[in-house]
Design a binder for this molecule. Sequence first.
Ligand code: DX5
Ligand code: ZN
Length: 224
Amino acid sequence: MVELAPSILSADFAHLADQVQAAGDGGGTVVHVDVMDGHFVPNITLGPPIVRSLRKVTKLPLDCHLMIENPDEFIPAFAAAGADWVSVHQEACRHLNRTLHLIKSHDCLAGVVLNPATPVNALAEVLDIVDYVLVMSVNPGFGAQEFIPGSVHKIRRLAEIRAERRLNYRIEVDGGIALDTVTDVVRAGAEILVAGNAVFGQGDPKSNAQRLLKTATEATLLRV
Ligand code: DX5
Ligand code: ZN
């Protein structure tokens, strides 16, 4: 089962409720919220107030991807604002185990994120406590960047480790997911597909989401 998580980073923020509704009508089942602090990544986006507003206009789970330093300081505020899933970067956490437990203590699903340059091995000691692993297929910070093909083997490896170790985490992929890249990541084992530009970049978010999800679902039949 693959799910589409439209990323509001590429949405029109003046019409956020409508855009989220349209992406949901097109089959999006998770709303991906990119939080950037201008330190961990070279861009600034949004914080808990937007999450609180989104919470009022959608029942879909809010997947908050924290691209920030010192995430422990902000996790309680995101949880209080209505985040359902919270993910943190391996590269930003000095005490990753503690941070993941902090997320869980707020009744959110806990995810860990890998930058393109970080190997899957770096997660060996936390894979048994995370609900999902997010593989970045671009360097985080901006929407509409080019997909990094080297990310595909990391998705495949995470699926193998899950089977070998009998774990339960889900595998999410983020960055450059579009009609021309989605088949490869789904075949490798990606189950939650983040897409910003491909959904909100141009045209109608509903039909964009439908098309992407259709291609992704067809690819599940080709899984190896
Ligand atoms: C990038 C963000 C992504 C971004 C993906 O730092 O984490 O979620 O929105 O955008 P696209 O789908 O446009 O590559
Ligand atoms: Zn993201």
